[in-house]
Write a protein that binds this ligand. Structure first.
Ligand SMILES: *[C@@H]1O[C@H](CO)[C@@H](O)[C@H](O)[C@H]1NC(C)=O
Length: 308
C-alpha cells in the first residue's frame, strides 16, 4: 500500500490515467518479495462448508477444491500390489494416479508452507490449509473400493507422512484434538477398524439414516465426525422449485436426521441432491444450510462457490 501511495504522489492522475499508472506500478513491483509471504498460497480463499464430491474427477484433484475453499474432499482408493490407486472404477486407474501423488504429497506441500519455521514463529504451528482461517480442518473422505480390512490398513500406513508432522485430527483419552486434516474412511471401510482403536487419527463416515440401528447406536462424534446419506433415497424426489422447496413430511425427515446426528456430536451430509433445475438445486442447498448440515455435497464447484 505504502509503495502504491508513494508512487502515485506527485502525479495528478487524470480520469482514465489512474488505471494505467496503477498497472505500471503493479508491473514494476511484480516479482518484489514485499508482495509474498510464507503462507500466501491460499491467501484470499475463504473456506466454505462444501464437500468436493468425486474430487479426483477434477482437472487438478485436491487443488481445484482447495482453490474454491471446499473444506472437504474425497478420493476413491483401490489397493493393488501394495499401492493405493485413485479413480472411480478400475478402468480409470493408472500407475501414476495414486493416493500419495494426488493427495498426500500435495496436502503435505500446502501444510509445510502454512507452517513455516521462521524467527517470527516461536513454537511449531499446526495451521490448516487456509490462510484466512488457520483453525479450519480439511475433511478428507477416503472411499475404500477394494477389500476393506487390507485396503484401510494400507490407508492408515499411507497417512504416515501427515501423521509424523502432527497434521491429523486425532482422538486421545476420549477427546478429539482438532488438526489440519481429518481423515474419514467410507465405502468398504470396516467400522470395527475404527471403534476397536481408542487413540487414533482416522474416523468413520456413519450412515446418517441408520444411526438408530443397533450396530450404529453407540457411535458418536469421536468415531464419526460426519454421517452421510443419499438425499433422494431418504427425503424423496423434489418436485417444487419454490421456497419452501420441501414439503412438510420431507422437512420433518431431514430435521429429525440432522437433530439425531447433532445430538451425538455428528455433523450431517447429504449426497445425491438434485443438480437440476438450477433453481431447485439452489433451493435445496439453501434448505440444507438453513437446517444445519455440516457439509454441502457438490459436483459443480464453480456453481457452489458462486452460490456462497
Ligand atoms: C501386480 O503384480 C503382479 C505380479 O507381479 C502383476 O502381474 C500385476 O500386473 C500387478 N498388478 C498391478 C495392477 O500392477
Amino acid at each position: 500500500m505504502a509503495a502504491v501511495g508513494l508512487a502515485l504522489a506527485g502525479q495528478t492522475p487524470a480520469i482514465g490515467s489512474m488505471t494505467s499508472s496503477l498497472q505500471s506500478i503493479l508491473m514494476n513491483t511484480h516479482g518484489s518479495k514485499d508482495y509474498e509471504y510464507p503462507t500466501d498460497i491460499t491467501r484470499d480463499i475463504l473456506p466454505i462448508p462444501v464437500h468436493s464430491h468425486n474430487d479426483y474427477w477434477r482437472n487438478e484433484p485436491f487443488w481445484t477444491g482447495l482453490s474454491k475453499g471446499c473444506t472437504s474432499t474425497e478420493a476413491d482408493v483401490w489397493l493393488y500390489n501394495g499401492t493405493l490407486y485413485v479413480g472411480h472404477d478400475q478402468s480409470a486407474l493408472t500407475s501414476s494416479r495414486t493416493l500419495e501423488s494426488l493427495y498426500i504429497n500435495p496436502i503435505l506441500e500446502v501444510l509445510d508452507r502454512q507452517n513455516p519455521k521462521s524467527p517470527f514463529v516461536p513454537a511449531p504451528t499446526k495451521n490448516g490449509v487456509w490462510d484466512t482461517d488457520t483453525t479450519q480442518t480439511l475433511y478428507f473422505f477416503i472411499d475404500v473400493k477394494t477389500s476393506g480390512p487390507e485396503t484401510f490398513k494400507a490407508v492408515i500406513e499411507a497417512l504416515e507422512p501427515l501423521r509424523a508432522k502432527g497434521y491429523l485430527t486425532s482422538v486421545k483419552d476420549g477427546k478429539t484434538l482438532n488438526g489440519p486434516v481429518t481423515i474419514i474412511g467410507t465405502g468398504e471401510t470396516p467400522l470395527e477398524m475404527i471403534t476397536s482403536v481408542a487413540d487414533r487419527d482416522y474416523f468413520f463416515d456413519a450412515p446418517l439414516a441408520k444411526l438408530k440401528d443397533p450396530q450404529y447406536s453407540e457411535i458418536n462424534g469421536l468415531v464419526a465426525p460426519i454421517a452421510s446419506t443419499d438425499f433422494q433415497a431418504v427425503v424423496g424426489k423434489v418436485t417444487l422449485d419454490t421456497d419452501p422447496v420441501l414439503n412438510e413430511g420431507q422437512l420433518q425427515v431431514l430435521r429429525q436426521q440432522i437433530a439425531d446426528a447433532n445430538e451425538r456430536g455428528i455433523g450431517a451430509r447429504y449426497w445425491n441432491t438434485p443438480h437440476f433445475p438450477i433453481r431447485t438445486r439452489n433451493l435445496v442447498w439453501r434448505t440444507l444450510l438453513r437446517e444445519g448440515v455440516a457439509l454441502l455435497n457438490a459436483d459443480d464447484l464453480d456453481a457452489v462457490a458462486a452460490y456462497f
